[in-house]
Design a protein around this ligand. Structure first.
Ligand code: M6R
Length: 610
């Protein structure tokens, strides 16, 4: 995905662009650029690299006195990171920034090339600019030009557009990609994400699909596809500027790891009824709905999918509802059978992930009820699902998710309890116990785990010189191992495999050699003996073993080289403590290796292409 921003008003536009883009960088950081009006002229400054590279360019060639500008930070899809492919793109009288993807850009490009249009970049965005310019040449009306050009585009987009001769005006449209408008004391804004605008204002209006807006210093006008005008629906966000800053931590990831105990409370407490029982009525979901659920298909990507793998255990164990977990990008290719009573649950922190969105749409086309567990409010996935449960983790800026995953797991835990209670599988007492464990034991246990930095750093020191690392676990610990391996790979670039502890001996154990780091997770008491046997198997082949284990299991000194003991106040507390340990181990490893922790190479926070 990419980040777009724009401003028109009475203040200097460039500082606002730079500030907003620095917040939006988490959405992509391959290249960056701005276009700024100065009187009737529009200057474009763009380059490969991060915002620092653009700042340097602007130091040499400052753009001053602009009150209307658009900006972009890019995650490359069509065309590699380069100065030419960086946004904004100009085509004739149109200058444009884009978040999304134009799927039919090749046909459109060929058609425009036949008409004599020359292209400077390899991007789909330049094609979009050229098509709007082509339509503008006919109508001379920005709104009509945008409407007729976008009618021919397939895919997802949010555009910020300047037209030559339309001084102080920024035009926007969205379809499938997010876009927020905002108003401040000194003008009007657009951005992919409200966090970029928090330094300026908290008053926002979420654009709906296919709406076109014209921003000018005197106000915002929004037009529906039939050209009728609607008044902007201004709201005030509860987010504060601090929520999008590091708050004294070295990295957003570390800050977000530390926010987890509170994030769990924020995601669980709105779902607790007056009597202390699970109650999703504030999300518009009553007990009757849960009673109608006969099977669940969880669909998601990456860490969100891993949260689903924890969820499957809870929902099947507590609620006895058959549940499957699917990788969203695979879901449609082997269409799962969806008998009556199936509920499709999609999970997404960003609410924008293209593969998850496509799976959601597939389920809806097949007439299956859908429920989205989403963090970012009013995003496409949240809007399109039949029902939605927000995780309330607050803005997650680091590319590697921590509090996003953690709150998804806690909401799944609550859903399991809600279904189990609604269907009479668990008593009031047991349901209240689950709620209390999430509200009290989990945050307390996670706080306790946060203070063990030295241990995590010591373990990290044992990983940094290795090319390959293994995580092993059984049951829910296998699901945690997958998340642990993803976290380590993603931010430290060390290759790491997650294995079901019992599966390693069926082939992969041949990779274990003297010194190979193996981290074993054991949060389930009943499974410890078997996991311990697997640890012995790798230890006897020279593996360096770290054991992350419940503190109520007596572990012999010779079982592992390093031991992390987990609080056992409740099952949930133990699982969330293990999660915190694996996140911190990944963080410390990446930190020792000097990696760019918040913005790992080749990645973006959410992947809006399939
Ligand atoms: O925004 P989403 O939850 O839909 O994102 C899904 C994955 O792309 C995401 O969890 C990814 O795996 C993370 N970067 C992992 O830390």
């Amino acid at each position: 995905m990419c980040g777009i921003i724009g401003y028109t008003g009475t203040s200097n536009a460039l500082p606002k662009m730079m500030k907003g883009l620095s917040v939006l960088e988490y959405r992509g950081y391959d290249s960056v650029g701005v276009a700024a009006q100065r009187g009737k002229e529009t200057e474009i400054m763009k380059c490969k690299g991060r915002i620092g590279a653009l700042e340097e360019k602007l130091r040499d060639h400052p753009i001053e006195g602009s009150h209307c500008a658009i900006g972009h930070t890019r995650w490359a899809t069509h065309g590699g990171p380069s100065d030419e492919n960086a946004h904004p793109h100009r085509a004739g009288e149109v200058i444009l920034v884009h978040n999304g993807i134009i799927e039919n850009y090749k046909e459109l490009r060929a058609e425009l090339a036949d008409k004599g249009v020359a292209f400077l970049s390899e991007t789909d965005t330049e094609v979009a600019a050229a098509l709007i310019n082509d339509c503008y040449a006919v109508s001379r009306d920005p709104i009509k030009a945008i409407r007729s050009a976008t009618a021919r585009m397939k895919g997802a987009f949010a555009f910020g557009i300047l037209f030559d001769g339309h001084v102080g005006e920024v035009y926007v449209i969205r379809r499938g990609s997010p876009l927020i408008l905002a108003r401040g004391a000194d003008g009007y804004y657009l951005a992919s994400d409200m966090t970029a605008l928090l330094p300026f204002t908290r008053e926002y209006c979420a654009m709906k699909e296919n709406e076109i807006a014209r921003l000018a210093p005197d106000g915002v006008r929004i037009y529906l596809s039939d050209q009728t005008e609607v008044a902007p629906d201004w709201k005030t966000t509860t987010m504060t500027p601090e929520s999008a800053q590091k708050g004294g931590y070295d990295h957003f990831m570390l800050k977000e790891i530390h926010e987890q105990p509170q994030a769990v409370v924020k995601s669980v407490s709105p779902r607790v009824g007056k009597t202390g029982l699970p109650d999703f009525s504030s999300d518009g979901i009553e007990a009757d709905f849960w009673r109608g659920v006969k099977s669940i298909q969880i669909v998601a990507c990456g860490s969100a999918m891993h949260a689903g793998l924890v969820g499957i255990r809870l929902i099947e164990d507590l609620a006895k509802v058959p549940t499957t977990v699917h990788i969203a990008s695979e879901y449609r290719y082997h269409p799962p059978i969806m008998p009556d009573g199936t509920l499709v649950v999609v999970i997404s922190q960003s609410g924008e992930t293209a593969d998850t969105l496509a799976a959601l749409r597939y389920a809806k086309e097949n007439g299956v009820p859908t429920l989205a567990i989403v963090n970012a409010v009013e995003t496409t996935i949240a809007r399109e699902a039949d029902r939605r449960i927000y995780t309330y983790a607050g803005p997650e800026i680091a590319v590697a998710t921590t509090k996003g995953y953690c709150t998804q797991a806690s909401v799944l835990w609550m859903i399991a309890a809600a279904i189990a209670h609604a269907t009479g599988r668990i008593s009031d007492e047991k349901a209240r116990e689950v709620v209390q464990s999430l509200l009290c034991d989990v945050p307390a246990a996670m706080e306790q785990m946060l203070s063990r930095e030295d241990r995590y750093r010591k373990i990290a020191r044992g990983l940094i010189d290795h090319e390959h690392v293994f995580y092993i676990g059984r049951g829910v610990d296998y699901a945690l191992s997958m998340e642990a391996a993803l976290k380590l790979k993603e931010i430290s670039y060390i290759h790491c495999e997650a294995y079901a502890a019992g599966e390693l001996k069926h082939g992969t154990i041949s990779l274990i050699e003297p010194g190979t780091p193996v981290l074993a997770i054991s949060t389930e008491k009943d499974l410890f003996d078997k996991t311990e046997s697997n640890i012995r198997e790798v230890r006897s082949r020279g593996a360096q073993v770290t054991l992350i284990c419940r503190s109520d299991i007596p572990v012999h000194q010779e079982t592992a080289d390093e031991l992390i003991s987990l609080p056992v106040s409740s099952d949930a507390a133990t699982v969330f403590s293990a999660l915190l340990a694996i996140q911190c181990i990944a963080y410390e490893t990446a930190s020792l290796l000097g990696c760019d922790i918040d913005r790992p190479r080749n990645l973006a926070k959410s992947v809006t292409v399939e």
